[in-house]
Design a protein around this ligand. Sequence first.
Ligand code: ASP
Length: 412
Amino acid sequence: MSTKKHMSLPAQMGAGMLLGILAGAAIQFYAIPTSYFQPFGQLFINLVRMVVVPLVIVSLISGAASVGDVGRLGRMAGKTLIYYFLTTAVAIIIGLLLGNLFQPGAGLNLAQDVASVKVSTPPSMVKVLMDIVPVNPVESLSKGNMLQIIFFAVMLGFSLSLCGEKGQPAIAFFDSMTEAMLHLTRLVMYYAPIGVFALMAVAVGRHGLGVLLPLIKLVGIMYLGCIIHVLLVYIPIVRWAGLRPAHFFRVLSAPLLIAFSSCSSAAALSSNMEGVQRLGASRSVSSFSIPLGNTINMDGTAIYMGVVAIFAAELYGVPMPFDKQLSVLLMGILASVGSMGVPGAGLLMVTMVFTQVGIPLEAVGIVAGIDRVLDMARTTINVLGDATGAICVSKLENDLDPERGARMESTL
Ligand code: ASP
């Protein structure tokens, strides 16, 4: 008889990450091409992204259909948006404060020539709002335009609930598809340890410690900002919701590891949604707030905007009085809303902030060298922020039920 002592999936992913770091060091040392490892990592990202659009559409339709009451839907959306806005603002303020305090760019001297950088311009508010309504929902699905998908799915789910008897078969269909997509997510996760291994090997292989050293202070401040944000914002919310932080992090370890290793919060979306449901968040809240948060709530990216703006201003001797820092705050919120959950998105969006306060865009090139390490932290915080939001809104809606979540866990 075999003793069935399997390593848990998060443990396997953790092992994958450590082995990946070692492999990355070997890649650097022996100058092995990273292209040997890259496809294995890319395969993982493709697999997890494959799940996202179908999961979001079916689970949101079934979630919205189960809410059924437009007042409740509106309340839920309102609370979610307020949570996102406030936590993002706090994140940028933490970034700015740490930047001012530690002056990461002071003393660095710049004479680098940097290739031309693409500038991101802030989208106008009217355009952002108009773009939420899809002219062709099928096109939104094929393009993976998350805000449009969310809008359409919520409207359709709500309409189904208004259909009474006639809506029931379709609601049952979407309920069952939601189940299937969650199972598909679990299947895909079996590949995660290999995917994480390959992604880490490539990241470390390309940007080894040597590249990091001159910018280590910036990296340290960014990570410190993330830890402060977790301690100041997430842990108190998790405690207030009646969950133990250790349990919270343990259940979310899979999405957090995916975020950290893939630098894509979109890749962690389905696993994050499953995680918060296992913690007890209701399906209706989590299927709404996790995909929405994935698109517009980026606390990690916001911390980064604050820290990097100060860093770059110091590099180029651009003065940063209070009013300029205030515009970093506002632009940073817009930029983090506009960032997509893909690797390096924050690096592109930071050009918006730089342009606004007159920082030369060459600064982007300097930060780009270590962006992967910064991206790991910000993506992890982005994902954690969405999870905390789902827990917070579930609690506010009196719909947080850890026992329901525990039952779900035992079916895994
Ligand atoms: N990579 C981040 C994410 O997926 C976005 C960013 O670059 O800030 O959440």
